[in-house]
Design a protein around this ligand. Structure first.
Ligand code: FE2
Ligand code: FE2
Length: 243
């Protein structure tokens, strides 16, 4: 495995040119900010926007009530199914994004010279499991009359939060270790979100659905453990110390 971290002509630090650094610090002392205001003004403006803004999205009402088991309807009565559907839609989108993240990681690892730490067949298994989880949530949504093709507000926000992860995975310059760190962030968030979804599903009275989700969480536990281990191993190896 090639080293992830190499020394080179990095000019971002102040120590690159001590003379210029002195001059720069002197300039800071004599130059006033180019515009008036401070972080308080930024906070006030944000509060103003917040008060004026609408919501980021909405959950569509169930498209059809036909075919929904009456027992499911009974269980949801008196609760807020939209909040449940929002989180289901979020998990659905995340699992679909997970497939794409693993596809990118597989491509990265396949192209990496002498990648001896991450077995490709294991990555392929994880990728396929993310797809299975996507289908699982899709079916769960359909079973309560929700439209799995609609983007829910939480799915929208999660997608926005994950943009950086996709960028890390698809940047041709990033190393396998960089990509494992990005996947680790995704798997940590995913694991936590499954736990919350299972708790919510149980509270909604959907015990069969919660059981299916538990099986998915067991696979997610395995993803997290392996990714964490590979990342750790790679960081230690890069630092030339034993893991
Ligand atoms: Fe996942
Ligand atoms: Fe996963």
């Amino acid at each position: 495995m090639g080293k992830s971290t190499i020394s080179g002509k990095n000019r971002t630090g102040i120590d690159m040119s001590p003379i210029d650094a002195k001059e720069m610090m002197a300039l800071v002392r004599v130059s006033p900010p180019s515009s008036a205001g401070n972080e308080q003004a930024i906070a006030e403006r944000r509060s103003q926007y917040f008060a004026e803004a609408g919501v980021i999205g909405s959950v569509p009402p169930p498209g059809t009530l036909k075919g929904i088991a009456s027992t499911a309807m009974e269980k949801l009565t008196g609760k807020n199914p939209e909040a449940f559907i929002d989180k289901l839609g979020c998990r659905l989108a995340f699992e679909r994004a997970g497939v794409r993240l693993y596809d990118a990681l597989i491509a990265k690892c396949s192209a990496a010279p002498a990648n001896s730490i991450v077995p490709l067949d294991r990555l392929q298994d994880f990728r396929n499991e993310e797809l299975e989880h996507f289908k699982l949530v899709e079916n769960a949504m359909r079973s309560i009359g929700a439209d799995p093709t609609a983007q829910t507000p939480s799915a929208d926000v999660d997608g926005m939060a994950s943009i950086g992860l996709v960028q890390v995975l698809t940047d041709p310059r990033t190393s396998v270790a960089h990509c494992l760190e990005a996947i680790l962030i995704a798997e940590l968030a995913d694991n936590d979100a499954w736990q919350l979804l299972i708790a919510l599903t149980e509270k909604m009275g959907m015990s069969d659905m919660a059981r299916d989700f538990q099986n998915a969480l067991r696979e997610e536990d395995e993803h997290l453990a392996y990714i964490r281990q590979w990342f750790r191993q790679m960081v230690m190896e890069d630092a030339a110390v034993a893991s």
